[in-house]
Design a protein around this ligand. Structure first.
Ligand SMILES: [Mn+2]
Length: 226
């Protein structure tokens, strides 16, 4: 008998717990979000692709999505933005934030941007396979405390058109935007790599989670990027 499961990678929970947070998972098909009023922030994790109809494009053959997951995460993102809750987006989470705010995605980097860096997974999830250059003065750069960082890369999609309201905060060697943030008082940051696989070995990745949790706790002075 098949037993349906809803799962989250342990790494996201461990990274949040190491930074002092108590993560709570939100089930698929959660209707009214008012029951989540206790939440101090929203982490949008990695996962499947997004239904490209959400940004007005026909699906590429490699694109895989789950409309229930899109529906839940789009609603959670709008809900968190309306409440000015801190948001940390990771991989698909960056893509969700970009699409919710009106941006679009490259659906398959290997076939549509073959001249670029190899972004899909190569080896273990923690393998450092390329670098990011951070935009100085930005919230992401402040969070990780570095101008350049080595990253893992487990994605075949990426930002095509950046949403209005988002600023680029990190780029890969091929120019792909791999970090974004919102201007203004609310801590909203998203990255295309997977810091939850690196927090125990790369201090900058741990600092990203610590900055997010600090913002959730209201203990961090807000920094408005120029
Ligand atoms: Mn990458």
């Amino acid at each position: 008998m098949e037993v349906p499961l809803q799962t989250a990678n342990q790494a996201y929970l461990a990274a949040l717990q190491a930074a002092g947070a108590t993560p709570i998972l939100v089930p698929l098909d959660t209707g009214d979000l008012d029951g989540l009023e206790f939440a101090d922030g929203l982490l949008l994790p990695g996962g499947l692709d997004i239904n490209p109809r959400a940004y007005g494009a026909p699906p590429h053959p490699t694109c895989e999505w789950d409309d229930r997951l899109d529906d839940l995460e789009f609603r959670l993102t709008r809900w968190a933005l309306e409440r000015k809750l801190p948001i940390l987006g990771i991989c698909r989470g960056l893509q969700v934030l970009n699409v919710v705010l009106g941006g679009s995605l490259v659906q398959d980097l290997p076939s549509q941007r073959p001249q670029g860096v190899t972004h899909p997974r190569q080896g273990p999830r923690f393998s450092l396979t390329h670098h990011l250059t951070l935009v100085s003065g930005g919230r992401l750069a402040a969070a990780v405390g570095a101008d350049e960082v080595p990253v893992n890369s487990l994605h075949h999609q990426g930002v095509e058109r950046l949403a209005p309201g988002l600023l680029p905060s990190a780029r890969a060697e091929d120019g792909l935007i791999e970090g974004v943030e919102m201007a203004g008082d609310t801590w909203v940051v998203a990255v295309q790599f997977h810091p939850e696989e690196l927090f125990a070995t790369q201090p900058y990745a741990a600092r990203l989670f610590e900055s997010f949790v600090a913002a959730c706790s209201g203990r961090v002075p807000t920094v408005v990027p120029a």
